[in-house]
Design a binder for this molecule. Structure first.
Ligand code: SF4
Length: 377
């Protein structure tokens, strides 16, 4: 009986501490929460369309970058039905610069699916939301909590960091994800779940930052184990990442003189699925992984020694970092005339150089275009 009472008392203490932490965070959010264009005032539900759009944009992208894109999308497509009927190319074009273009394609597909199968209304069930294109467990939980103020465990990068510190989670990420979600669950309230989720996100973004967290200004520092240990930056514990592979290729800036003497460049559309899917690019050789061992010549562009009377190397290399690899593109300039022009017509579409900004060109290709235009004779 004595043991039972002790366990019951400990459980009660833990639950009371969790309630206090949650209440403290909710109070803090009401005074210090960030004002963002997709948010409603504390205590109110935000529009599901805005929550969904912002959460998709915020994946792998900072708030500062997202705000102008969000405002532009909302001005062009104020409601779900507007986005669903928009041409995909327009959506991709408006997404230019945000990266991770699969998000834009899924956003468009999801809008169409919501119109077709859900009468244009966002479901309030996490599992149903997760059956839609581009909506994973995190985004589904965020929509349920923030748009409907229903209890859902929302764990993004900021929340992950705050939980790992509050509970001093020693298990390294990504193995710690389930443990961290368990801790997040103990703090998630039944009511005001959206405000609570946004409170933790804001704490992570403004106070419990990855470097130099401002623990002195933190509303929950008294309950933070990492703070008590005097080592907040040690959490979350991470396994060191392996070095990214390097890929190299040669990219061709193939130009001709079009109608009325306007310079045109050859472009093509990338495959619908996969990296930069459906975006516009310039033709290139395959992006091959190269040996980075440091041996003689191991990192040189494979065919630097090649010569051609059809193109010349500009001597410049465009570098870009993707999530899983780094890329180096060696630029070859190739002005064409005569018979070869017709053969090249089959490879893609000629676009007037001064109209390139009307095409869905990813940041990488925009970089290539800038370098080539700087090199134009
Ligand atoms: Fe983060 Fe410091 Fe607050 Fe702990 S006390 S949650 S480490 S800001």
């Amino acid at each position: 009986m004595g043991e039972f009472c002790r366990i019951a008392r400990d459980c009660h203490t833990i639950m009371r501490e969790a309630d206090n932490t949650t209440k403290t965070l909710l109070d803090w959010y009401r005074c210090h929460g960030r004002t963002l264009p997709w948010r409603a005032a504390p205590g109110q539900c935000a529009a599901a369309y805005r929550v969904w759009l912002s959460e998709i944009m915020l994946q792998q992208t900072t708030v500062q970058v997202v705000v102008p894109y969000f405002n532009n999308f909302l001005a062009r497509w104020p409601a779900l039905p507007d986005l669903a009927v928009a041409p995909l190319d327009d959506v991709l074009h408006a997404w230019r610069g945000l990266g991770y273009y699969a998000r834009a394609r899924n956003l468009h597909r999801c809008a169409q699916e919501l119109m077709r199968a859900h009468d244009g209304v966002f479901p309030e069930d996490e599992r149903v939301l997760q059956s839609l294109p581009g909506i994973g467990p995190y985004t589904a939980a965020a929509i349920v909590a923030i748009a409907f103020q229903r209890s859902a465990v929302v764990v993004d990068g900021n929340v992950e960091r705050v939980m790992a510190r509050l509970f001093a989670v020693e298990t390294p990420l990504p193995r710690a994800k389930a443990e961290i979600k368990g801790h997040a669950e103990t703090l998630t309230p039944e009511a005001d779940a959206g405000d609570y989720a946004q409170a933790v996100m804001d704490l992570g973004a403004t106070i419990c930052t990855p470097r130099k967290p401002q623990c002195q200004a933190c509303p929950v520092s008294k309950r933070c184990r990492a703070f008590a240990l005097g080592a907040p930056e040690r959490f979350p514990v991470r396994v060191p990442k392996p070095k990214k592979p390097l890929r190299k290729a040669r990219i061709f800036w193939i130009t001709r003189t079009g109608e009325a003497g306007r310079p045109e460049v050859l472009t093509r559309r990338r495959p619908m699925r996969g990296l930069l899917g459906a975006m516009t690019e310039f033709p290139s050789t395959p992006w091959r992984v190269v040996d980075q061992s440091g041996g003689p010549g191991s990192c040189r562009h494979a065919s630097t020694a090649e010569k051609s009377n059809r193109w010349r190397l500009s001597g410049q290399v465009v570098r870009h970092s993707f999530t899983h690899f780094n890329l180096e593109l060696e630029i070859a300039l190739a002005p064409v005339t005569g018979v070869r022009r017709e053969r090249l017509d089959k490879l893609g579409a000629w676009v007037p150089v001064d109209q390139l900004d009307q095409y869905p060109l990813p940041s990488l290709m925009q970089k290539v275009a800038r370098v080539c235009l700087d090199n134009a004779p």
